[in-house]
Design a protein around this ligand. Structure first.
Ligand SMILES: [Zn+2]
Length: 525
C-alpha cells in the first residue's frame, strides 16, 4: 500500500492515556491511514522519528485568538505543538457585536488595526473562512457579547424579552457551528447577570450538545461560592461545565483549594459532567481595570473613565481596592504588560510600583491616571498564585491544560506587547514539568492536551492518534522540550518541538514554521 507520509520509529503516545509504544503511522490525504508495524509499506515521504515522541496535535481548550488570527498568522501556538485552539472564552467572543458590545470593543480593536466588518456570528465565520490559519479554530459564543448586544453595560436584570433576544443570538451562534457558551463573571457586562440568566442561556446548549465554560464570579475571596454557582448552572441547565483556569488567587485564599476540589468531586460523584482547565504558571493576566470594583465599571467605558476622573469617586474606588489588598501589595504584584500609547510604552514590562515611582505618584494615583491616559486599554500580569496549588490542580484527573492566551509572534504587530509567557510556552512547560519534576506520567499529560479537550468539546475526529482521525500531530524530543518564555522576556518559542502536522500538511518542520496555512475553522456538527 502506498501512503503520502510514513512516520517511522517514533515513540507513539496516542492521547488516550495508554502507554507509549514503538509504532509507525501513515498519512493519506488529511487523515491517519494506518498505525502499526508498517515497515513493509511505502510512502512518498518517509520520516525517521527515532528518539522523538509522536502524539496527537495539542488542543488548547482555553484560548483567546479570535481577533489576533485576523491580524496576522502568528506562530506562538503552533510552535508549542498546538493544532486546534478553542477561542471566545471568558465571555468574550468576536461575535455577535451589536449595540454596546460593538461600541465597547471599538477602541481596543482599532488599536489592533481592526475595524470589524461583521456583526453576527455567521458573518464572523465567513470572515474566518477566508482567513489563512496556522491552526484549527473552534469557537464559543461569549455571554458578555450576548448581554452587551442586547442589554448594554448596565447592572439591571434581564427582562423576559431581553432574555429571549439573548437566547435567539445564542441559537444563531450555535446554528453556525459554535461549540458552547462562555461566561466571564468578573467582567462587565457578564458580571451583571444573575444565576437564573446563566441557567436560562446554558439551557439553550442542551439540544446542540454544547458545553458551558465559565470564568467564575470570583477566583479569590468568594471562590467557593463561585464554584457552587458554576455547579448550579450545570445542574439546573443539564449541561456539561468547564471551569476555566481553576485557581486560588491571593495568598489569603490559597488554603481554600481542598474545599474547592471537594465541591467539584462531590458534583462529579452526583453524575454532573464537570471538568476544568489550568495554565501551568502562577501569575494571571487580564485587563488592569479588573482591579476596580464592579460598580465603577457600570455603564461602559465612558462612565468608568468619568468615575476615575472624579476625585470623590476615585477615592472610593481606591479605598475599596486597597481594603482588599494593600496598595504596596498591588504595586508589587502587578506588572504592566501592554500599554498602547507611545507616551507610556516605556512602562511595558514594569511593575506598577516601579511605574508609579517613575511618575512620582502613589500606586493608586498611577493606576487611575494610566487607565485614563490609555482609555482603559491596559493589560497586566498579576503574581498571585501558589506553586503547590498549581501542581495539585494540574494533577486532578478532570483538569486539562489550557493556555488562556491569544496567539502572538516574535515579529510584527503580534509582537508589540509583553504578553504572559503562557502565550509562547504553556504546553512545552507542562511537558517540562512532567520530565523534570515527575509531575505525572507523560501519557497522562498528553491526554490532558489532546483527548480530554476533544472529549469536552465533543470533537470526534481529533485528539487521538487512530485510523480515520484527522492527521493533526506533533513530534517532539522528550529530553529537549523546554519553555523558554519568561515574564521579562516572553517572546521566545519553546525548544524541542520538531515537527507539527495540521490536516495532513506540514505546518512546522525542523523546528520552524512552514508557509503552509493548513488550519480550518471547525464547526460543531
Ligand atoms: Zn478568564
Amino acid at each position: 500500500m502506498q501512503f503520502d507520509i510514513l512516520i517511522k520509529n517514533a515513540s507513539l503516545i496516542d492521547g488516550s492515556g495508554a502507554p507509549a509504544r514503538r509504532q509507525d503511522l501513515a498519512v493519506a490525504g488529511d487523515s491517519i491511514a494506518a498505525i502499526g508495524d508498517l515497515a513493509a509499506c511505502e510512502a512518498a515521504e518517509v520520516v525517521d522519528a527515532s528518539g522523538l515522541c509522536l502524539c496527537p496535535g495539542f488542543i488548547d481548550i482555553h484560548a483567546h485568538s479570535e481577533f489576533n488570527v485576523l491580524i496576522d498568522a502568528g506562530r506562538s501556538k503552533l510552535m508549542q505543538g498546538i493544532t486546534t485552539e478553542v477561542c471566545g472564552n471568558c465571555g468574550l467572543s468576536a461575535a455577535p457585536l451589536l449595540g454596546m458590545a460593538r461600541e465597547q470593543r471599538r477602541s481596543a480593536l482599532a488599536a489592533l488595526g481592526l475595524d470589524p466588518d461583521w456583526i453576527t456570528m455567521a458573518e464572523y465565520f465567513e470572515r474566518l473562512d477566508c482567513t489563512g490559519l496556522r491552526t484549527n479554530i473552534a469557537l464559543l459564543a461569549g455571554h458578555g457579547n450576548l448581554r452587551g448586544s442586547v442589554i448594554g453595560y448596565g447592572p439591571q436584570q434581564a427582562t423576559a424579552e431581553q432574555l429571549g433576544k439573548m437566547c435567539a443570538l445564542l441559537e444563531e451562534a450555535m446554528d453556525c457551528g459554535c461549540w458552547g457558551l462562555s461566561s466571564g463573571l468578573i467582567y462587565p457586562p457578564g458580571a451583571f447577570a444573575d444565576v437564573d440568566e446563566l441557567v436560562h442561556l446554558a439551557g439553550v446548549l442542551k439540544k446542540y450538545g454544547g458545553f458551558y465554560a465559565t470564568h467564575m464570579r470570583s477566583e479569590s475571596d468568594h471562590l467557593s461560592e463561585a464554584v457552587a454557582e458554576a455547579l448550579e448552572v450545570g445542574r439546573r441547565a443539564g449541561v456539561p461545565v468547564q471551569i476555566s483556569h481553576l485557581k486560588t488567587m491571593d495568598q489569603r485564599n490559597w488554603h481554600k483549594l481542598p474545599e474547592v476540589l471537594e465541591l467539584i468531586e462531590q458534583a462529579r460523584g452526583e453524575g454532573l459532567d464537570i471538568t476544568s482547565d489550568r495554565y501551568p504558571y502562577c501569575a494571571s493576566s487580564t485587563g488592569l481595570d479588573a482591579h476596580l470594583p464592579l460598580w465603577a465599571c457600570e455603564g461602559g467605558n465612558a462612565a468608568e473613565l468619568e468615575r476615575l476622573r472624579d476625585p470623590a469617586q476615585r477615592a472610593r474606588i481606591l479605598a475599596e481596592l486597597f481594603e482588599r489588598t494593600p496598595a504596596e501589595e498591588v504595586g508589587a504584584t502587578t506588572m504592566l504588560a501592554r500599554l498602547a500609547s507611545e507616551k507610556n510604552a516605556h512602562l511595558q514590562g514594569r511593575m506598577l510600583a516601579e511605574a508609579a515611582s517613575l511618575r512620582g505618584q502613589s500606586v493608586g494615583e498611577a493606576l487611575c491616571d494610566l487607565l485614563i491616559e490609555e482609555q482603559l486599554d491596559i493589560d497586566a500580569i498579576f503574581f498571585c498564585m501558589s506553586e503547590d496549588n498549581l501542581r495539585t490542580v494540574l494533577r486532578q484527573s478532570w483538569v486539562m491544560l489550557g493556555s488562556d492566551a491569544a496567539v502572538r509572534d516574535t515579529d510584527g504587530v503580534l509582537s508589540r506587547d509583553m504578553p504572559h509567557p503562557r502565550a509562547f510556552g504553556a504546553f512545552a512547560r507542562l511537558l517540562e514539568m512532567v520530565r523534570d519534576e515527575k509531575l505525572m506520567p507523560l501519557e497522562q499529560a498528553v491526554s490532558k492536551m489532546t483527548s480530554m479537550p476533544a472529549k469536552r468539546m465533543g470533537l470526534k475526529d481529533r485528539g487521538l492518534l487512530a485510523q480515520g482521525y484527522r492527521a493533526d500531530f506533533v513530534l517532539f524530543d522528550p529530553c529537549a522540550v523546554r519553555d523558554r518564555a519568561t515574564y521579562a522576556s516572553p517572546h521566545q518559542y519553546p525548544e524541542g518541538v520538531r515537527a507539527v502536522m495540521v490536516n495532513g500538511v506540514w505546518a512546522l518542520r525542523d523546528g520552524a514554521c512552514t508557509d503552509n496555512l493548513a488550519g480550518r475553522l471547525l464547526r460543531k456538527g
